[in-house]
Design a protein around this ligand. Structure first.
Ligand SMILES: [Fe+2]
Length: 456
């Protein structure tokens, strides 16, 4: 019998029981919740479950109102700016295909200039716009195919999900895809990244699932690895498990190192494409020179930690966004000299070597989500990927909500070392915190840390 936790009178939280041979150690099912009217104690139980299990599937939310889905995300991060989601009318021609899967709230005017200047490098084929559901607080339609006469106010809409053919260096053929062979599109975490840290939590409700035979996800990297799954699923891997797989020396390095994305990183990627596993970049491709990017300012190019600390459990997770890194800042202690790596090939090899340890069938899960189910995940601790399916399987409709501009770790509460460790994304001790957080992260976060540290 699976271990079950009674969280409240209504809710039951049951950790996933993984199949034999599986090494993944995360995920849980939540039953008995009503996300339309979640009382405070039930919300706290749900929040605890998300942070403890990384990914939760909240069953049977058939009647969830999109605006309530947005409200739920705001409860996870009350300080997040009120603007959520993509914003209607913005699409891949404005942010690059890889930007479609995250939360761009960039100004259209800036990207319009890029569109004019570099269409040869960036954009192939039709535009893929985002579709914000009206009056939802920024919930977006994520799907594929005809969405019906009226999908929460979106009328007669047909959408096309981003195909792996636009993302991978060596994509599957249309014939292979039609036969039920597929790939992980791209492992990532949600966030605009330029000018904003990743969203703390993302939710996705399955409104309509495609129907068809099981798919075979192929790695096509010479390993012969495959996974089977239902169509319409989302794959996850755990950054916490990845951190646990590092050697002690690697943990020291990760604890004290940083990665820096390019400005407007999803446009900057240019013609660089992913490996066939959907994890990390393949060789080749061309980035966009910084001076050809839309207007940008250095203060919005954040220097992110490699290791993020779970806000509830304190567990560390390795969270790096392989596709968009322009610099690595490597050091293995707070006082060690820093090695700055700017060679993109060296960065690519270094990051891929780490992620190859966990981007395997043993560690990846594809939770089954039936129509009405809501998947909620800790976006600071897991990475996820869509999985393309054949058009013949029919329409997929999901509603997704995340924070377009989430708040950073809250250090204003750091009145003692315990709280400080709990809230610092690096989980640093009081002694080390000023050296790392205050000197390395940018913007308001620094101000708050400095204030906090001096108060301490
Ligand atoms: Fe995503």
């Amino acid at each position: 019998m699976p271990h079950a936790t009674i969280a409240t009178q209504e809710m039951e939280i049951t950790p996933f029981v993984h199949e034999p041979g599986k090494k993944a150690n995360f995920g849980a099912t939540v039953t008995g919740a009503d996300l339309n009217s979640l009382d405070e104690s039930s919300f706290q139980a749900l929040r605890q479950a998300v942070y403890e299990h990384g990914v939760v599937v909240v069953k049977a939310q058939h009647d969830l109102i999109p605006a309530k889905q947005s409200d739920l995300i705001k409860r996870f991060d009350p300080e997040a700016r009120a603007q959520h989601g993509f914003g209607a009318g913005k699409g891949s021609k404005l942010v690059g295909f890889l930007g479609v899967r995250v939360f761009p709230f960039f100004r259209e005017t800036a990207f319009a200039s890029l569109l004019v200047s570099r269409t040869d490098l960036l954009f192939v084929g039709q535009d893929m716009p985002f579709h914000a559901i009206p009056d939802s607080g920024g919930v977006n339609l994520v799907g594929h195919g005809y969405q019906g006469d009226d999908h929460y106010g979106l009328k007669n809409l047909t959408v096309r999900a981003i195909p792996q053919s636009k993302l991978h260096a060596t994509p599957l053929s249309p014939e292979e895809l039609a036969s039920g062979q597929t790939r992980f599109n791209s492992f990532h975490f949600d966030g605009a990244i330029y000018g904003a840290p990743p969203s703390r939590v993302t939710s996705m409700r399955c409104v309509k699932a495609p129907v068809g035979p099981e798919l075979t996800v192929r790695w096509d990297d010479g390993s012969g690895r495959t996974m089977n799954c239902k169509a319409g699923g989302t794959a996850f891997l755990s950054g916490a498990q990845l951190y646990s797989l590092l050697s002690d020396d690697e943990k020291k390095l990760a604890d004290h190192s940083f990665w820096e994305p390019a400005p407007h990183p999803f446009a900057w990627m240019g013609t660089r494409r992913l490996r066939s596993s959907g994890m990390g970049l393949a060789p080749g491709g061309q980035t966009i020179p910084l001076h050809e990017l839309p207007e940008w300012t250095p203060d919005k190019v954040y220097k992110f930690p490699m290791v993020w600390v779970n806000l509830v459990t304190g567990e560390k997770a390795l969270q790096i966004f392989p596709d968009i890194i322009r610099k690595l800042y490597l050091r293995d202690s707070p006082t060690a000299s820093e090695r700055v790596v700017e060679d993109l090939e060296e960065i690519r090899s270094w990051v891929n070597d780490i992620y190859d340890r966990i981007a395997t069938p043993e560690y990846i899960i594809i939770p089954e989500a039936e129509e009405g189910d809501v998947i909620i995940w800790n976006n600071w601790a897991v990475q996820h990927s869509a999985i393309e399916y054949p058009d013949s399987y029919g329409t997929r409709s999901s509603t997704a909500a995340s924070s377009a501009e989430p708040s950073k770790a809250d250090c204003s509460q750091c009145t003692n070392s315990t709280l400080l460790r709990a809230h610092c994304p690096l989980g640093l001790s009081l002694q080390h915190k000023p050296l790392l957080c205050c000197s390395s992260l940018v913007g308001a976060w620094i101000d708050r840390h400095l204030k906090c540290c001096s108060a301490d």
